[in-house]
Design a binder for this molecule. Structure first.
Ligand code: SAH
Length: 391
């Protein structure tokens, strides 16, 4: 087993429990191989832990145990999976929900791996070739412990510096889409149709709050709507919804979800348009909304223009405010590993403050309990959802 040493001064966070290994913290990483198990020590040779090297976008490895004698074998994997299942007992027992994250990388003790549970159909995602080396073992254990109806795997490997995402059916004879339940809502899910499944499990709490519609809002605008799950929740909460997305498939996906919930799609609007173009159009035509939800991707392209969430969020907020009714609510969601909650709050504050727009921060949400993360692992807390009312 190879030993890697942390640079002098960089060992402190690890001694205090940091589990993600950053390339710059190591004194020498040239010999490391993806998937290799190594011993990590401080600059003086004192053991920090046993780690698996995992070349991911976010990190290059994970400390999996502080005990030198730990072996990453079937028993180790089996124990982590059993504990993850045990921790989801409340979700397994919830009659109105059968879709959630079953295993969340290092938060459940094994980095580079997530497992999503969709009514006993599993989507297993491997974030490096390294963790994929124990794929058979992981799948065998999941099969043994859960007896899933189907298993689909997704690999996210870097090929020539670019992320390549592929899905493959591993077992089961199922025809997607299937319908799953979340807080009583029915959503279509497809596990073998590109990187996205039509349902982002990490937004469960946002949808729940929309269903309750405590503000008694009447009109709802869903920007970057995709399959329209937020529109469904808002419609259940009694709002007339408008969903906007530039992808044509949105029409069909949103209509499908309205049908799933016995809601008439005709009463709800869908615009296949670029967001900023839609906001201009809405402003000109005097369309106004009580609640506007903004949940953009990190990055996208439209014609020759590039959308980047960190750079473009202020403009999104300001353009959205122009079509927000007085006293209206903005639900601002940001999905970005490199920004902390405080940075996001500051960005919102700077944007509204500079524009002289008085507002009240009503609520902040992060990830739900089925997305646990390790102590000090900031990138693990990628999701932030801020609700503000504009006076
Ligand atoms: N909010 C959605 C997830 C959004 S996924 C949900 O929770 O289900 C990102 C979506 O944004 C994709 O459907 C993509 O087509 C759309 N999109 C990306 N750039 C866009 C732009 N500039 N204008 C409108 N839609 C865009």
């Amino acid at each position: 087993m190879n030993t890697v040493q942390l640079k002098r001064g960089n060992e402190r966070a690890y001694a205090h429990g940091q589990l993600n290994i950053e390339r710059d913290d190591l004194s020498d990483d040239t010999f490391l191989k993806d998937g290799e198990i190594v011993k990590v020590t401080d600059p003086f040779g004192k053991l920090i832990g046993i780690a698996m090297i995992s070349f991911e976008q976010k990190t290059i490895g994970w400390i999996l145990s502080g005990d030198e004698n730990t072996v990453i074998d079937r028993e180790f994997v089996s124990g982590k999976i059993a504990a993850a299942i045990e921790n989801r007992t409340p979700l397994f027992n919830e009659a109105e929900t059968n879709a959630f994250r079953l295993f969340n990388e290092i938060g459940d003790g094994l980095g580079g791996l997530t497992v999503d549970y969709y009514d006993n159909h599993l989507l297993i995602t491997f974030y490096s070739r390294g963790i994929y080396k124990i794929r058979d073992l992981i799948i065998k254990e999941l099969m043994a412990q859960l007896k899933p109806d189907s298993v689909t795997e997704q690999t996210r490997f870097s090929v020539d510096g670019r992320m390549k995402i592929e899905n493959r059916r591993v077992s089961g004879n199922v025809e997607f889409p299937i319908t799953v339940l979340e807080s009583g809502q029915r959503f279509s899910v497809h596990l073998d149709d590109g990187p996205m499944t039509r349902l982002f499990l990490d937004q469960r709490e946002t949808r729940k709050a929309l269903m309750k519609n405590k503000k008694d809002a009447h009109t709802f605008l869903n920007l970057f709507a995709y399959s329209g799950t937020f529109s469904i929740s808002a419609a259940i909460g009694g709002m007339a919804t408008t969903s906007v997305d530039l992808a044509n498939r949105t029409k069909e996906l949103v209509a499908d979800n309205f049908n799933n919930n016995n809601l008439s799609a005709e009463a709800h609007k869908i615009y296949i348009m670029e967001t900023f173009e839609f906001l201009k159009y809405a402003e000109r035509n005097n369309h106004r909304y009580d609640t506007i939800l903004i949940d953009p991707p990190t990055f996208s392209r439209y014609k020759k223009k590039v959308f980047k969430v960190d750079r473009d969020y202020p403009k999104l907020i300001l353009e959205a405010v122009k079509v927000l009714n007085r006293g209206g609510t903005l639900i601002l969601s940001q999905n970005l590993e490199t920004a902390t909650l405080n940075q996001f709050k500051k960005q919102i504050d700077n944007t509204l403050d500079r524009a002289g727009i008085p507002y009240t921060l009503e609520d902040i949400k992060g990830l739900p309990k089925d997305f646990p993360t390790a102590k000090g692992y900031k990138k693990g807390k990628y999701l932030k959802v801020a609700t503000v009312t504009v006076d």
